[in-house]
Design a protein around this ligand. Structure first.
Ligand SMILES: [Zn+2]
Length: 408
């Protein structure tokens, strides 16, 4: 049993409780949280490790959506327009994927850790980052992604998907969770989608899908026109979308651990459906900005839960969640920054873990996994109300990290 004491203990629980001069008792799970004075009296024989002045102890961050296989991109891909970006991905994909060897991916995993993330939802297109993820210190929900809209390819693509999924299952543990990713409504044939979702239902696996990321996707799915028309004609000989947004969403009924990424073009009816599915929205503000897509309207998704993801380095310059949170804070000018900061930290911890189907992470609460980070504020924080904002503004790296109660 260990005890850590800190100037501030930020629980990220339902009420966003913060304890000044608090302490946390833990093994691999959190046992108790209270004021340091009271913990001292209750556990007189256990040595308390006091973190330095102006320290914050809080749950490790959860990056609910990242593509590590694109970690070799920095300045290769074209930003500023979704179709131009997609063309540049197709043109440079092979070279970028080949460049993203174990060394490159391990370096990014280390950075992710140093910048305070204890859990990631990793979308895997090829399975090339499997070993690096499984061997890392992080908790990983590993989403094997399926893609393919051509009917004559369904059997081949489904076999390939199953092989990757089965391979990832070999690494399953209390830190590594095989899961299923659907690329998007425009790129996955409804029959292929059904097959994959049946596996998820039978095995209770987490599922995630990109959904309505760009205006072009919205136009294509609703009207079979716009920027995607030429793309599908040229690459796949298709002139019609394989599904409509609502049909697509309906297919996910009965999936218990479910999230949709981006959703910036979702309209009222689709949002209602996402809500009734009990799904989370993975919000990736930097990626949306760089591809010049719209931003998620937080006022419209009020009663739908959202988490935060960095997306991959294919559409971001950083996989640090604190960088992402700063961007989110600056982008959502419609919200008060003090209130928004609290919402964002909840989204990046508690809600992120729920989006990934992990129910005992993302908060410092009794019986939760002891995944915690220690950070230091540059100076005294006068108002408890401003603590969340100051954490987001000032944190680049963490001082220490605990995963499952152990220092990593
Ligand atoms: Zn993505």
């Amino acid at each position: 049993m260990k005890i850590l004491a800190s100037t501030w203990v930020l629980t990220c629980d339902e009420n966003f409780s913060i304890i000044h001069d608090g302490a946390v008792v833990f093994t691999d799970k959190i046992i108790e949280i209270d004021y340091k004075e009271r913990i001292q009296k209750k556990y007189p024989d256990i040595e308390i490790t006091q973190l330095e002045e102006n320290s914050v102890l809080m749950p490790g961050l959860v990056n609910s959506h990242v593509h590590l296989e694109f970690s070799a991109n920095s300045s290769t891909l074209k930003y500023g327009n979704f179709m131009d970006w997609l063309d540049s991905v197709i043109k440079n994909r092979e070279e970028l994927i080949n460049k993203a060897n174990n060394e490159v991916i391990n370096a990014q995993l280390k950075k992710i850790q140093k910048t305070g993330t204890t859990t990631i939802g990793a979308i895997s297109s090829y399975g090339f980052e499997l070993e690096a993820c499984a061997k890392s210190n992080l908790n990983v929900v590993y989403f094997n992604e399926v893609i393919g809209s051509k009917p004559d390819m369904i059997d081949t693509l489904f076999s390939d998907f199953k092989a990757r999924l089965n391979n990832s299952k070999k690494y399953a543990s209390n830190r590594f969770f095989p899961a299923i990713a659907i690329h998007s409504p425009y790129s996955v044939h409804p029959i292929l989608l059904q097959h994959c979702l049946n596996i998820a239902r039978n095995e209770d696996l987490a599922v995630s899908s990109h959904f309505l990321e760009s205006p072009q996707e919205h136009q294509w799915l609703h009207k079979n026109e716009g920027g995607f028309l030429n793309f599908f004609k040229n690459f796949l000989g298709q002139e019609k979308a394989v599904t409509k947004p609502m049909e697509f969403l309906n297919t996910f009924s009965g999936i218990k651990k479910l999230s949709f990424t981006h959703c910036v073009e979702t309209k009222k009816e689709e949002l209602e459906k996402i809500k009734s599915l009990g799904a989370y929205i993975n919000h990736c503000p930097t990626s949306n900005r760089l591809l010049n897509n719209n931003k998620l309207d937080l006022t419209k998704i009020k009663d739908i839960k959202f988490s935060i993801g960095t997306d991959g380095l294919s559409s971001n310059n950083s996989l640090s969640m604190f960088d992402e949170l700063r961007n989110a804070l600056m982008i959502h000018t419609e919200e008060n920054c003090v209130d928004l900061s609290k919402k964002l930290l909840r989204a990046a911890t508690f809600k992120g873990s729920r989006a990934l189907g992990l129910n005992n992470k993302g908060s410092i609460q009794k019986d939760y996994d002891a995944d915690m980070i220690c950070i230091k504020m540059p100076d005294k924080v006068e108002s408890i109300d401003d603590l969340a904002l100051n954490i987001i503004l000032h944190t680049k790296f963490v001082k220490q990290m605990y995963i499952g109660g152990e220092i990593v």
